[in-house]
Design a protein around this ligand. Sequence first.
Ligand code: ADP
Ligand code: ZN
Length: 756
Amino acid sequence: MAFANPSPGTAELTDAPCFTAGQLVAVLLPLPLAGAYDYRVPEGMTLTVGTFVHVPLGRRQEIGVIWGAAKGEVTATKIRALLGPVEGVLPLPEESRRLVDWVASYTLSAPGAVLRMVMSVRPALEAPKALAAWRLVDQAAREDLLEGLRMTPARQRVLEVLSLGGAMTQADLAQEASVGPSVIKGMAEAGLLTSVALDASPPPLPQPDGSHPGPQLSPDQQQAASQLVAAVGAGFSTTLLQGVTGSGKTEVYFEAVAEALKRGQQVLVLVPEITLTTQWLGRFEKRFGAAPLAWHSELTPARRRDGWRAVAEGRASVVVGARSALFLPYPNLGLIVVDEEHEAAFKQEDGVIYHARDMAVVRGQVGQIPVILASATPSLESMLNADAGRYKKVLLQARHGGAVMPEIAVLDLRKTPPENGDWGRGWLAPPLVEAITETLAAREQAMIFLNRRGYAPLTLCRTCGHRMQCPNCTAWMVEHRMQGRLVCHHCGVSAPIPKECPECGAEDQMTACGPGVERVAEEIQARFPEARVSVVASDTMGGPAALSEALRQITEHEIDIVIGTQVLAKGLHFPMLTLVGVVDADLGLAGGDLRAAERTFQLLSQVAGRAGRAERPGRVLLQSYQPDHPVLQAMATGDTEVFLTTEAEGRREVGMPPYGRMVALILSGPDGAAVESAARKFGARAPNGPGLTVLGPVPAPLAILRGRHRWRMLVIAPRAVKIQAMVYQWMRQVTQAEGWPSSVRVQIDVDPYSFL
Ligand code: ADP
Ligand code: ZN
């Protein structure tokens, strides 16, 4: 991260905090418009910057945020008056506004598009409505009425539920008393129940307690923790917390969380995937005596609304969430932790394209608060920032409680190829099969890892060679045998597995090529019929609850062999797991992604880190056709430093990130010819300058995605070049010129992680 583009809006935000009647203000709307719109403050109002306001927009109304003084670009007489403040909502804090401006200018997005992420929960901007509820009429009135009323068991239950004197909403009452609405209606008509307005404010949140006692830290952990604790309350800093899997990073950063809580500040913990945090949430609650606010897309609308307001009002002291939690309106944020900071899931790939880890560092700077980046295998970006002194570095060298690091070996598939069996093709080499046998005999647990969902990644016809391709994407259809369907992993389209080849018509000739987790599971069941087997992949689980249940079963050793994709790689702790087998350690290495080696190394290290985390030592077997590849060598020798140094050196030589900077442009549209011609227009006006490289335009590797044709360009520049400004100019020139096809969309991806 380099802070090369200071926020354009910063000055205005601090210069003009308050506006009175007749003054002109700029209101930012949560829409992808070029900038803020000017409005007049109506008579009798004084509004501060950051206030949420209702404004007229064309013939409709919108809610926006007062962003500062008007720019004065529109003739004053044409400016409309805003309608007034949104009642019952605090102004958007200055830090949030500056974050919006910063992210917009860094990612070359419309500020309104970024604001939309802040205002993602519209109902949170409406004052809480009072709820209609039922209460029993008082004792005296009741007795008279009861005499004349036929008492049924259902009515009796309603009386009992309400007899404690409380009021209840219709839905709650119906559920508690297990009666239908007509029973309640009848009792109300008889005069037994009276309706009251119930305060709709949510019940108070349980508050995590910073002084709740934590575990006894080892001397190493203690030392690491005190460095993190010292950073809390001491302004902006970024600390890379690096420690092998199982070294206690979580316990250590919990100490910094405790410190912020003691200071009465809010804490944000960003995690790559919130659905995977069940174990983490349990640990947090044990450590602090209460649960944090978990923020994710599967919350019900009511919970999202309450959550947003609890954050805005400072009532939620700890938020744990995926990347979007960064945009909540914290008034009092004191610490940000980014757990598993190297994870690609922090990169948002559509809409506003941003990297939540990098923007977390920006948020830290904007709010002058510390940021902790935790990982066992830090990204090269963060490593270099630490080496350059931009980040502090705190190391944890050993696993906690004497657990040793697992023994890692590479299985050369050229020398010991898998053997086939009566179930069909085999994917597990004999040494791995033997290791599983030994593990089961010792009553321990094994994990077989393959980062590929489904049964087989490709289906083809044995007669004519026809391959089943997605009708909307440049991608093969993946067989999911459990569902009996072929599925595109890019657009989700699915079709039954055909009996006849759609090309040559041959019957029963369609055959699966290559393994997915389902196919490996089939082999495992055939080889170990007695074993209790579970397949864990994002699509074999019905949802977060099913996933939690599967993880519980594994933790409690109700499963002997678990077969899974990367869902299983991260941060989980299975005490009985002593063997990890990786079916295809080469999988991530193919393809032109500049981070392919780095990512594969991180993923394999994460997976390997699942083995032997408790008393029993673990071992890891990596199946590979290229055991001499630097990634596999680094895994086998455990020499991370050598690998990372070589990797960094390679990037430096060619000026790739993190040494150079990159921006990708992706053009897409339904009409292939229009997209190509638009791409060529970009190509014709490509910027040039010292050290600058522009690659493309070329058709994207995913040349068609969801029916849209795609072309790509990549700009690579030395760090000193203001790459955003340059790309912005270029884009304006091309897209505002005569004849630009309106059907073509241009996406800009600053610091791209995906090259498809
Ligand atoms: P990491 O995040 O580095 O992988 P964790 O924080 O998950 O490591 O710790 C690994 C395991 O060791 C967890 O079960 C954790 O509760 C336990 N642990 C770590 N440090 C301590 C400690 N000081 N006291 C007790 N248990 C600890
Ligand atoms: Zn598709």
